[in-house]
Design a protein around this ligand. Structure first.
Ligand code: ZN
Length: 455
C-alpha cells in the first residue's frame, strides 16, 4: 500500500453548502481526518499551520467528499443482466433472487461482497449500508457463529477499503397477515423479534470501519406487535434503523386490509419512525404518510435505478423534500452501481412526471449522495470536505469523453462511476488512476458470481 500524502491540492473541490465547486483548494489530512481546507484564491493567506503549498499532491478534476450508498443487498449483484429480458415484475424478480440467496454461505458471501464493495469503491462510494437478512443456513438452522454471515460482510468491506453499516434485519413472516417463512426465506428468520434482538446484540464487530444498525425488513416481514422490540433495540443504542416502505402498491393494499391503515401509519403507531430511521423507497405514500414521515424527521432513501429496473414506480421526491424529509440514495439491487446516476435520476424522474425542469439544485443531489447518506448510516462525521470530518476524497475526471468541456457544477448530470479517478477513505488511498489497489474487481466479480448463480 503506497504512503498516502497528507496534503492535496484539488483543481476543484465541492465544499459544504457551496452551490458549486471551488477552484484550487488545499486539503490537509492527518490520521484519517481533514485538518485544513484552504481555497487558494488570489491574495489569500495560508491558514495557521500551513506554510507551504509546494509539496501538495495535485488532484486534477473535481474532488467530492465520499459518497454513501445507503441501501445495498450485496448478493443481488449476481442477478445483474440475468433478469432483464423477460416479462414479469418485482415478484418474479424476487424468485430469481431467492435462487441465488439459497447458494450463499459465509465463504461465497465473503468473496461476492468483497468484489461488490470494491466495485462500489471504484464508483466513489466510501460507505455502504448493507440491509442484511441472510442470517442462517439455507434450512433455517444457525451457523456455529450465529452472525457468521454478518461477519463475512464486515471482512468484505475491510478488503474493499470502505466503511460499512450492517443493518441487521428482522425478518419473521412472509406476509402482512403473518404467514410463516417457507423455502428460501427460512434462512432469514430468527423466530421472533426477541431472538432477533439477542442475536443482533451479540454481533459487535470491533473493526473501526464497521458498525451495526437495525432493520425492520418491511411490514410484510415483522408482525405489528413485534415492531416495537426492533425499534427499542435501535433507540437504546442510538443506532440507525431502516425499513423497506411502500415499495409496492400490493404492500399498501395488504396492510390496509389487515391493519386498516397504511404501512407508514402502522410504523408510526409502533414507534418505528424518528430521526434515526430511514424508510427505503417510499414509492407509493399517501399525502398523510409524507406529513407523518416529515414531522417525525424520518429520512427516505431513494433507489431510482432499482425502482426503474423493477417497475416499482417513481417516488415523489420533491413532495418528500417539501415535507421536510431528508433524502439519501442507494443502489439496492445493484442493477447499476453509480451514485451519479442515482442522484441525477432524482431530478430527471421528477421531470418526466411533471414535464417541468429544475426541481433539485446540483448541491441538493450532492448532499443526498453524501452527507445525508452518511448520517442515515450513523457516520455523522463523514460526507463533508471540512476540518474535523473523515478524510473521504473522491476525485472525478473532468477530461474524459463524458466530462470534457463540462463545467464542474455539471458533474452530477454528466459523470458516471467510470469517471472516478481516485478514492481516499479515512485518509487512505483505495482507488488510484481508476483502479482498485487491492482487488481485481472484474475478475473477482466473475468468479464470485459464477460460484452462486444456478446453471
Ligand atoms: Zn432493499
Amino acid at each position: 500500500m503506497p504512503v498516502t500524502p497528507t496534503r492535496w491540492l484539488a483543481e476543484y473541490a465541492w465544499l459544504p453548502e457551496h452551490a458549486e465547486p471551488t477552484p484550487d483548494v488545499l486539503i490537509e489530512v492527518e490520521d484519517g481526518r481533514i485538518t485544513a481546507v484552504a481555497p487558494l484564491t488570489p491574495g489569500s493567506t495560508p491558514p495557521a499551520g500551513v506554510e507551504v503549498y509546494g509539496d501538495a499532491v495535485p488532484l486534477p478534476g473535481l474532488t467530492l467528499t465520499g459518497l454513501a450508498n445507503v441501501h445495498s443487498h450485496a448478493f443481488h449483484r449476481a442477478l445483474r443482466g440475468r433478469t432483464h429480458g423477460g416479462r414479469g415484475d418485482f415478484w418474479t424478480w424476487r424468485d430469481q433472487m431467492y435462487a441465488v440467496a439459497d447458494r450463499l454461505d459465509p465463504d461465497t458471501y465473503l468473496a461476492l461482497a468483497r468484489a461488490v464493495y470494491a466495485e462500489m469503491a471504484l464508483a466513489g462510494i466510501t460507505c455502504v449500508g448493507e440491509f442484511h437478512y441472510l442470517h442462517h443456513r439455507p434450512d433455517g438452522g444457525g451457523y456455529d457463529d450465529p452472525n457468521a454471515m454478518g461477519a463475512a460482510l464486515v471482512e468484505a468491506a475491510a478488503h474493499a477499503g470502505i466503511r460499512l453499516t450492517v443493518l441487521d434485519a428482522c425478518y419473521l413472516t412472509s406476509s402482512v397477515d403473518g404467514r410463516p417463512l417457507t423455502g428460501p426465506q427460512r434462512r432469514f428468520g430468527d423466530g421472533d423479534a426477541g431472538r432477533w434482538a439477542e442475536r443482533a446484540a451479540a454481533f459487535q464487530p470491533a473493526d473501526p470501519h464497521a458498525r451495526v444498525g437495525a432493520a425492520v425488513h418491511s411490514v410484510r416481514a415483522v408482525p405489528a406487535d413485534q415492531l416495537r422490540t426492533v425499534a427499542d433495540w435501535a433507540r437504546e443504542r442510538q443506532a440507525p434503523l431502516h425499513v423497506h416502505l411502500s415499495e409496492q402498491p400490493a404492500e399498501n393494499d395488504e396492510c390496509r386490509a389487515v391493519h386498516g391503515r397504511t404501512p407508514t401509519a402502522l410504523l408510526a403507531e409502533h414507534g418505528v419512525l424518528g430521526p434515526h430511521t430511514t424508510a427505503v423507497h417510499a414509492t407509493h405514500p399517501t399525502s398523510t404518510d409524507l406529513t407523518v414521515l416529515g414531522d417525525s424527521r424520518t429520512g427516505v432513501c431513494l433507489c431510482p435505478t432499482t425502482e426503474r429496473d423493477l417497475a416499482d414506480g417513481i417516488g415523489p421526491a420533491r413532495r418528500m423534500a417539501d415535507a421536510g424529509i431528508r433524502l439519501s440514495l442507494g443502489s439496492d439491487s445493484h442493477a447499476v452501481i453509480d451514485l451519479f446516476e442515482e442522484a441525477r435520476a432524482v431530478e430527471l424522474d421528477e421531470r418526466l412526471r411533471t414535464r417541468r425542469r429544475g426541481h433539485f439544485a446540483p448541491l441538493d443531489l450532492l448532499n443526498a449522495a453524501s452527507v445525508a447518506g452518511h448520517a442515515a448510516l450513523g457516520w455523522a462525521d463523514a460526507g463533508r470536505i471540512a476540518v474535523g470530518a473523515r478524510a473521504d476524497l473522491v476525485t472525478v475526471r473532468l477530461d474524459s469523453a463524458r466530462t470534457a468541456g463540462v463545467p464542474p457544477v455539471g458533474a452530477f448530470f454528466a459523470a458516471g462511476a467510470a469517471d472516478v479517478e481516485q478514492v481516499v477513505v479515512d485518509g487512505r488511498v483505495v482507488v488510484a488512476e481508476g483502479r482498485h489497489l487491492t482487488v481485481d474487481v472484474p475478475t473477482e466479480l466473475s468468479s464470485a458470481i459464477e460460484a452462486v448463480t444456478p446453471a
